[in-house]
Design a protein around this ligand. Structure first.
Ligand code: GLP
Length: 241
């Protein structure tokens, strides 16, 4: 596992983009695994900036997102589909047909999960971007999810619901379930970059990096991956330094 310490959010985003850019330059038809949340926004801004400078193109790039809330339509401003369009896809030359997200409104959720798993089996993701939840979750894999899980429906924990309430008008509006890639899907990607910034991530980073590799901290599973890089800023690294 590579552990990179950076000063702050800006440096974390720069470092992440350095790695992503190398992949984009080396492989025009790269496949990216993308995440939502506040953490990857800085990286997405760097991707847009550099695209606007004409340095990279996403014409032949394919993307897969990690997760989606159950019950939100793609037009809902809190949905992850809406997030990806407004924060990245609408600002680069990616073909939306090459972007893949889970459907939180699927009539048959089991079928939606199976279809996504089938797509992921063939996807061969070059780099998976991850944030980390305050309780160590990755995507929406909450503590105690088995490490061999694939795309499935998850009941969100009260901690995740309250952490994510900041994006909604009221905590009662936060969906209580999500559809998410499983830990095994994430582990099947070729490389992983986990980003962590801020003091509210310090306990989760400690458990992921220094704790036991256990279901109590889903992010600890990543230590078994052959090519994983954690990029952690000062505040998030406070307990491991
Ligand atoms: C959400 C997402 C995760 C994300 C995490 C942290 O629950 N499902 O993919 O990594 O929260 O979010 P943030 O980056 O906003 O702190």
């Amino acid at each position: 596992m590579n552990l990179i310490f950076v000063k702050n959010y800006e440096e974390m985003s720069e470092k992440a983009y350095e790695i992503v850019k190398k992949i984009l330059i080396g492989k025009k038809n790269a496949t990216l695994g993308l995440a939502t949340g506040t953490t990857p926004l800085g990286l997405y801004n760097k991707m847009i900036e550099d695209f606007n400078l004409g340095n990279v193109s996403y014409k032949n790039v394919t993307t897969y997102n990690l997760d989606e809330y159950v019950g939100l339509s793609t037009n809902d401003e809190q949905s992850y589909t809406y997030f990806m369009r407004t924060n990245l896809f609408n600002h680069i030359d990616i073909d939306l047909k090459n972007t893949h997200l889970l459907d939180g409104m699927a009539k048959n959720m089991n079928e939606a999960c199976d279809n996504y798993n089938k797509m992921l089996e063939k996807a061969d993701i070059d780099v998976q971007i991850l944030g980390i939840g305050g309780n160590g979750h990755i995507a929406f894999n909450e503590p105690n999810e088995p490490f061999d899980s694939v795309t499935h429906i998850i009941d969100l924990t009260p901690k995740t619901i309250s952490d994510n309430a900041r994006f909604f008008t009221s905590i009662n509006d936060v969906p209580t379930r999500a559809i998410s890639m499983g830990i095994a899907n994430i582990m099947a990607t070729k490389s992983i970059i986990l980003l962590a910034s801020g003091a509210n991530k310090a306990d989760a980073v400690y458990a992921a990096v220094k704790g036991d590799i256990s279901k109590n901290c889903p992010a600890s599973a990543l230590r078994n991956h052959k090519n994983v890089t954690f990029i952690v800023d000062d505040a998030a690294a406070a307990k491991i330094k």
